[in-house]
Design a protein around this ligand. Structure first.
Ligand code: NAD
Ligand code: TYD
Length: 336
């Protein structure tokens, strides 16, 4: 029996990963350490709450005493815990620096003292910055050149993880994934925001002219890649996880409207995000060489995501009706 400390497991990707891991490995236990910020939602894991192999620990990855206590009970760590939304980081990045930089350091140092088997840091394609016109997709050797407060805080965690491998020989692996979509994504991110707004005939706010390009990855494809890198990745190395599903803002909004059967008149072009990264693109051949393949393309990933939001209206309506969400929405969109 192995025990994995999954941090941030009450969020979007972490909750999908815990469900995936418990199904994929009958001999694994999971401890989920999560602070339950606005993005952490116990509803995301109702179906595994009763599993004897699952345990929830309410707390902060910056709390060294708690982290030390939990670290003594685990063999591996997968760190998802983070502030994850670029627009919120533009409003103020203190929580981002705390959780995404100091929190990663706290986990790494506790893991070093404990001597864990593996530490996987969940990073992002955003650490590479933005791709120039005609540039090839990023390989893992591309320099980290983040340009917004979120991506800077994630790059700090990514680089600290690498430093712990180099300096102390901690068995660290890093994944850098593109934009995930799928069940349980908080409706501040573009895809769930647009799906849920469209279902309520609300405007879909497209930043600038909708020309920024993102790669899309279905969340369970990401979970499979993390599982593979955790077990088969080379210590000290990073792995890009991209779906080869690039689309610009106009293509994404039009596809969503097609799938939810709503008119294009719902599209509303709004003031651009400051410092908007215009193009992310990953070369994922390194993780493919380990045997990983995405099961979903952009169409099937989006279709599956739309179907989930249609079937789980209680889940997202509860969030969208909350005071926290309404205050954020007003600040980000109404007073834009
Ligand atoms: P999310 O915002 O949905 O969830 C983050 C979770 O972390 C929440 O449950 C929150 O309560 C928890 N958390 C935050 N700060 C914490 C702290 N200090 N201590 C303990 N728990 C804390 O995020 P997500 O979209 O699921 O992203 C998960 C990870 O994957 C993040 O590290 C993010 O940077 C990375 N990532 C996300 C994407 C994406 O498209 N969403 C792509 C690539 C990488
Ligand atoms: P987002 O989901 O915030 O992810 P990220 O910025 O981390 O890639 O945004 C994805 C893209 O969608 C990005 O180019 C910004 C754009 N966007 C909009 O056009 N409107 C919105 O309301 C949001 C949230 C994002």
């Amino acid at each position: 029996m192995k025990t994995v400390l999954v941090t941030g497991g009450a969020g979007f990707i972490g909750s999908n990963f815990i469900r995936y891991l418990l199904q994929a490995h009958a001999d694994y236990r999971v401890i989920n350490l999560d602070r339950l910020t606005y993005a952490g939602n116990p509803d995301n894991l109702r179906d595994v709450e009763g599993d004897a192999r699952y345990e929830f620990a309410l707390g902060d990855i910056c709390n060294r005493e708690l982290v030390d206590y939990l670290m003594r009970r685990v063999d591996m760590v997968v760190n998802f815990a983070a502030e994850s939304h670029v627009d919120r980081s533009i409003m103020g990045a203190e929580d981002f620096m705390r959780s995404n930089a100091l929190g990663v350091y706290t986990l790494l140092d506790a893991a070093r003292q404990r001597g864990v088997e593996r530490f996987l840091q969940v990073s992002t394609d955003e650490v590479y910055g933005t791709l120039g016109e005609g540039d090839p997709p990023w390989t893992e050797d591309a320099p980290l050149a983040p340009r917004n407060p979120y991506s800077v805080s994630k790059a700090a965690g990514d680089m600290m993880a690498r430093a712990f491998a180099v300096t102390y020989g901690l068995p660290v692996v890093i994944t850098r994934a593109s934009n995930n979509i799928g069940p349980f994504q908080y409706p501040e991110k573009r895809v769930p925001l647009f799906i849920t707004n469209a279902l309520d005939d609300l405007p879909l706010p497209v930043y600038g002219q909708g020309l920024a390009v993102r790669d899309h990855l279905y969340v369970t494809d990401h979970c499979e890649a993390i599982d593979l890198v955790l077990h088969k990745g080379t210590v000290g190395e990073a792995y890009n996880v991209g779906g080869e599903n690039e689309a610009d803002g106009v293509a994404v909004v039009e596809k969503i409207l097609e799938f939810v059967e709503k008119p294009r008149t719902l599209i509303q072009y709004v003031k651009d995000r400051p410092g908007h990264d215009m193009h992310y693109s990953l070369d994922a051949s390194k993780v493919r060489a380990l045997g990983w393949r995405p099961r979903y393309n952009f169409e099937s990933a989006l279709r599956q995501t739309v179907a989930w939001y249609l079937e789980h209206q209680d889940w997202w309506r509860k969030i969208k009706e909350s005071v926290e969400y309404r205050a954020y929405y007003e600040r980000q969109y109404v007073r834009r």
